[in-house]
Ligand binder design. Structure first.
Ligand code: EPU
Length: 428
């Protein structure tokens, strides 16, 4: 086990290249199960979620090669192997194996997914969709059993706008008989990316990126080559770093339209943001104004940037209210930021920050992926050394974090935890 050490308080500048989108990757990889010949995905991020999914596809008999950022999956030898335990529990997105395996084999057994603890994260809308398509779904001892004699297209209205349910229903419906209509669908860019891959595989999907998606089932899907979209949350994290401690940072390989909500908020704070075709440049800013933020479904302010943004607000003069309408309990980073001298309190679904304060280096623990990002940013701002544990969370979603930060002039390194530190962490 390792910790991340950050010598904070220094300005950063230069160029950082954004990797492929984690939340696309974790759906694109399961989607390959549906093909009848090899699929290649280019531009994958170097993160542990990709490795875990590779292992899961191999468990069900797939032949997978992963070189640098490219994965080729030969799904022809896959079988409908039950996956009640093990790797499926290590990431939330293993729920996409339900839709993909149901679509291909008409049956699947998948252990209930793990992932970040952000409060309750039900999958009732996924199940509602599978049932509407004709599947019988039962929960037996923590594993979801899905079975259908045949999948038939259906009209499905999502009661909650859900990224996962929208993608999972698409995966199950592309090979169903007839037309499926998903109403009140989520509109995140990752949904369009998955629909693009499936369309290249021969699926018939219209409306991805709007709140009504129409899918006409086809009998078979074939292999193809697909390039993943850039990670808008990774890009947003570096934009926040640039606003917090940058003296001119160019963020390369981005789709600026995916980041308009963050760009607008940074500009309100007085940060200069210039967008190009696939780059964003952020010049340094000495005095930051406060802003309130409220997370919403896309194209609103993303919940995944709420935690990193809260760290930035510790530098702004005055009080800000950060409200998370998607995950009302996504505030586990606040106690850790307080240990670093932040003045923040949590009231219900909101965090109220008061600044500016000078953050101080401390020993802190990442409780989830984006909490980890929030603490890394805090470490870059803080005076002195910050030690962040819980790196397994950060490694799930940030490709080559240490290399990218040091490339901008930061002093960040990984160190093995001592025996005492491992024991201490087990006890808290
Ligand atoms: N919800 C339900 N029922 C469902 C599904 C969702 O009530 O069946 C609720 C959730 O509890 C939540 C809201 O609907 O309050 C939205 O959840 P959604 O299903 O959209 O989230 P998700 O698909 O599980 C993805 C990302 C998350 C990101 C959310 C919201 C992946 C693998 N994960 O999760 O990313 O926060 O969408 O945008 O795509 C992260 O990257 O750090 C992360 C947690």
């Amino acid at each position: 086990m390792e910790k991340l050490k950050i010598a904070g308080g220094y300005p950063l500048k230069g160029t950082v290249r954004i990797s492929g989108a984690k939340n696309s990757a974790v759906a694109l990889i399961p989607a390959t199960i549906l093909a009848e010949s090899p699929v290649t995905i280019e531009g994958l991020p170097d993160i542990s979620d990709v490795e875990i999914l590779k292992g899961l596809l191999e468990e069900i008999g797939g032949k997978v090669t992963l070189t640098e950022d490219e994965m080729t999956v030969d799904p022809t030898t896959m079988i409908s192997m039950p996956l009640p335990n093990g790797k499926v529990k290590m990431l939330r997105a293993s729920y996409y194996l339900m839709g993909a395996m149901l679509g291909r084999f008409k049956k699947a057994v998948i252990g209930l997914p793990g992932g970040c603890h952000l409060g309750p994260r039900p999958i009732d809308q996924h199940i509602k969709g599978f049932e509407a398509l004709g599947a019988t779904v039962t929960n037996e001892q923590g594993a979801i059993y899905l079975r259908a004699d045949e999948l038939r297209g259906a009209r499905i209205y999502l009661d909650v706008v859900s990224v996962g349910a929208t993608i999972n229903i698409m995966l199950a419906a592309v090979k169903a008989k007839g037309r499926t209509i998903i109403e009140n669908a989520a509109k995140e860019p990752e949904i369009i990316d998955v629909a693009t891959l499936l369309t290249n595989m021969g699926a018939k999907i219209k409306g991805a990126g709007t709140d009504v998606i129409r899918i006409d089932g086809v009998d078979c899907l074939h292999g193809c080559r697909h390039t993943i979209i850039p990670d808008r949350i990774e890009a947003g994290t570096y934009m926040i770093i640039a606003a917090a401690v940058g003296e001119g940072i160019l963020i390369d390989n981005v789709i600026p339209q995916h980041l308009e909500s963050l760009t607008a908020k940074l500009r309100e704070m007085g940060v200069q943001v210039e967008s190009g075709d696939d780059q964003i440049f952020i010049s340094g800013s000495s005095a930051l104004k406060t802003v309130d933020i409220k997370t919403l479904v896309y194209p609103g302010f993303p919940t995944d940037l709420q935690q990193p943004f809260t760290t930035l607000l510790t530098r702004a003069a005055g009080s800000s209210v950060v409200t998370d309408t998607i995950y009302g309990a996504r505030f586990k980073h606040i106690d850790e930021l307080r240990r670093m001298n932040a003045n923040i309190k949590v009231e219900g679904r909101s965090a109220i920050t008061n600044g500016p304060v000078q953050l101080q280096g401390a020993k802190v623990k990442a409780s989830d992926l984006r909490a980890g990002a929030a603490l890394v940013i805090a470490g870059l701002i803080a005076e002195g050394i910050t030690e962040v544990t819980g790196l397994d969370h950060i490694d799930r979603g940030y490709s080559n974090l240490v290399e990218k930060l040091n490339g901008l002039g930061a002093t960040v390194w990984r160190e093995a935890l001592t025996k005492e530190e491992v024991e201490h962490l087990k006890n808290i």
